[in-house]
Write a protein that binds this ligand. Structure first.
Ligand SMILES: [Zn+2]
Length: 327
């Protein structure tokens, strides 16, 4: 059908097509200008560690609570927990939508698409897990954490975009404060500057800023979500941090860092895009970096799994400092 249309087009249709093409060009220009301003989403960029370092400086008690949680996690790991017997916990989500343009006021359908993606990823029922390289298939683990949409709050903001300074969580800075941050997992959807996809707060931090911020162009699986971040996995990654998971390369630029998880191989740094198997660094051959892990920096279409030890780490946070989220 599409190939026959141009042959049939008369003079007026030709004009319409030209006008359509010019409109298309204008739209493309607008998108380019917007990308330049907000920062193009070419590769994953998560602000969690930078935010974490700032918060630790500001709130010394946060460091102590993180240390305590690390001790508790080690004890739990030593108990050889059967992850298949973990209680299924449903976490209620509040979505705070901050919009400067009508496009940023994402639809309820788009919000629901994000919750659906989270339930698949955290339940290990995501269909693309079959693409996990064979050596790691046995490690793909259901966290037995599920998510339910509780409330959506919307606010028009004068801010063209937000940064990683938690302004999106403060009314005075054009944002919205979290609703019941101890009982609900608060997500913020907004325009983020500098090519930032999102950031999260680790357990034990201040309640006024607790939750996860996600770029509206990487939120959910439809609407404003744009490839290669249109499978909802920015939220999966950031909620991993919210439950105390670290990046799998341990946030150092050499092989010295650790994510405090034994079944993710030690690796040198983040993997971007869609890597091929194997990508060997830090003497981690023959299988190499676990770039298919949600806690790497690969594209949404290249990440499929949490490991058993990551699940145990998340559950230590959920059943410890985040236990009020459990229903
Ligand atoms: Zn991250």
């Amino acid at each position: 059908m599409a190939t026959r249309k141009p042959a049939k087009a008369g003079a007026s249709k030709g004009k319409a097509a030209a006008s359509q093409a010019s409109k298309g060009k204008t739209a493309q220009k607008t998108r380019d200008a917007k990308s330049k301003k907000e920062g193009a989403l070419l590769r994953r960029n998560c602000g969690t560690m930078a935010v974490h370092m700032m918060l630790l400086e500001k709130y010394p008690a946060f460091r102590a609570r993180q240390f305590q949680l690390e001790q508790d996690t080690a004890l739990r790991r030593a108990k050889a927990i059967d992850v298949k017997k973990l209680k299924v916990a449903t976490v209620r989500i509040v979505v705070n939508v901050l919009y400067h343009t009508p496009e940023q006021n994402i639809t309820l359908g788009q919000i629901r698409s994000q919750i659906a993606a989270l339930n698949k990823d955290f339940g290990a029922t995501n269909s693309d897990k079959a693409k996990t390289p064979v050596p790691w298939r046995g490690l793909v683990t259901d966290s037995r954490i599920r998510f339910k949409l509780f409330k959506v709050q919307r606010k028009r903001t004068t801010k063209a975009s937000f940064g990683q300074d938690d302004g999106v969580k403060k009314a005075a800075a054009g944002g919205l404060p979290p609703l019941g941050a101890e009982k609900y997992l608060n997500l913020w959807s907004c325009a983020l500057g500098g090519g930032l996809l999102g950031y999260a707060q680790f357990p034990g931090g201040p309640a006024a800023t607790d939750g996860v911020v996600i770029n509206y162009r990487a939120f959910g699986t439809r609407g404003t979500a744009q490839a290669p971040f249109d499978k909802g996995r920015t939220a999966t990654h950031e909620i991993g941090h919210f439950f105390n998971l670290r990046h799998i390369w341990g946030d150092t630029e050499d092989c010295s860092g650790s994510d405090f998880v034994a079944d993710t191989p030690n690796c040198a740094g983040p993997n971007y895009g869609k890597p091929g198997f194997p990508h060997v660094t830090c003497n981690n051959g023959p299988n190499g970096d676990m770039y298919v892990n949600y806690m790497d920096y690969t594209d949404d279409a290249s990440m499929f799994m949490f490991t058993t030890q990551q699940v145990i780490r998340m559950r230590s946070a959920l059943e410890g400092p985040r236990k009020k989220l459990m229903t």
